[in-house]
Design a protein around this ligand. Structure first.
Ligand SMILES: Nc1nc2c(ncn2[C@@H]2O[C@H](COP(=O)(O)OP(=O)(O)OP(=O)(O)O)[C@@H](O)[C@H]2O)c(=O)[nH]1
Length: 273
């Protein structure tokens, strides 16, 4: 019995690469890897092959073993297993990369979500560790967005959110970051931009949104946005920076909306600043 399986395994008979031999040689490492994991599976495979080789040599004697055929079989099976492992690893790495990327993205607009914004903010922090650089932030909130949903429906509202994301995207550069905090609130991070430069980008985005035209059937959907602008002080967290931009945005909401606010007026209500 053992003699026959060793014979099948190492191919020293007339047909060196029979199907059953090939399946055997593939099945042992693959099943071992699946059941026992990478290292233990590898160890078991090596031990199994070593025992099989030793046993067949002892039982049959050196002269009966077709070493060329056995080596060829081993090499082909080894390459197959290595190829399978490589394909598996490439697929696994791709899936992991896609999952990681989607965990940082807002599924509706494709911009970064809150977690993604934090990751990007930390990235800018690290990049500026040696040479402190300005970081501009725009907090954007759509005006009367509830009316869009109430009048045109939630799907139309979703389309407006995607349209706004596109407007933002066309007015920022490749190293900048656009994200959706949730609802109808967006954030833009602009590395190496001071307050004046950030305000100018915000103004362009505001204008693009106000002049973009969406449609629900034949009815136009018009929308405007109010934007608060702030620049990071050294060592400041994203939340603190957001809070300052939010106070400015709130002033804009109180003052007829559809505008960019980069400083809180001195007479503003201190409760909201
Ligand atoms: N279509 C859609 N609507 C959303 C989404 N998330 C939040 N909303 C809606 O956004 C609306 C936000 O309304 P409000 O917070 O009252 O703000 P607003 O109407 O924009 O008013 P102001 O901000 O004061 O100008 C609510 O009706 C939410 O249901 C979303 O992902 N898709």
């Amino acid at each position: 019995m053992w003699y026959r399986s060793a014979q099948g395994l190492f191919g020293y008979m007339a047909v060196p690469l029979s199907e059953s031999l090939y399946v055997w040689m593939l099945a042992i490492p693959v099943v071992s890897y699946i059941l026992l994991g990478q290292w233990l599976g590898f160890a078991v495979t090596v031990v199994f092959f070593a025992l099989a080789v030793g046993s067949s040599v002892i039982k049959l004697g050196d002269s009966h073993v077709a070493w060329e055929a056995a080596s060829l079989n081993l090499a082909v099976c080894f390459i197959s297993v290595a190829g399978l492992a490589h394909v598996y690893e490439v697929v696994r790495a791709n899936t992991e990369r896609q999952l990681r990327a989607s965990a940082l993205r807002d599924s509706l607009t494709g911009t970064f979500n809150r977690t993604g914004l934090n990751v990007r903010f930390d990235y800018y922090e690290e990049a500026a560790a040696d040479v402190p650089a300005a970081l501009g932030l725009i907090l954007l909130d759509l005006d009367h967005f509830k009316r869009v949903n109430d009048t045109h429906g939630h799907h139309a509202g979703d389309r407006v959110l995607r349209r706004v994301a596109r407007c933002i995207d066309t007015h920022i550069e490749s190293g900048d970051t656009a994200g959706r905090l949730g609802g109808e609130e967006f954030v833009v991070l602009l590395p190496d931009r001071d307050l004046d430069q950030t305000r100018r980008v915000a103004e362009r985005i505001r204008y693009a949104i106000a002049s973009s035209h969406g449609r629900d059937k034949s009815r136009p959907i018009e929308i405007t946005a109010t934007l608060g602008v702030a620049v990071r002080h050294r060592g400041e967290s994203l939340d603190t920076l957001l809070a300052r931009a939010d106070a400015r945005l709130y002033c804009g909401k109180l003052n007829n909306r559809d505008q960019v606010v980069s400083a809180v007026p001195p007479d503003a209500d201190p409760k909201h600043v």
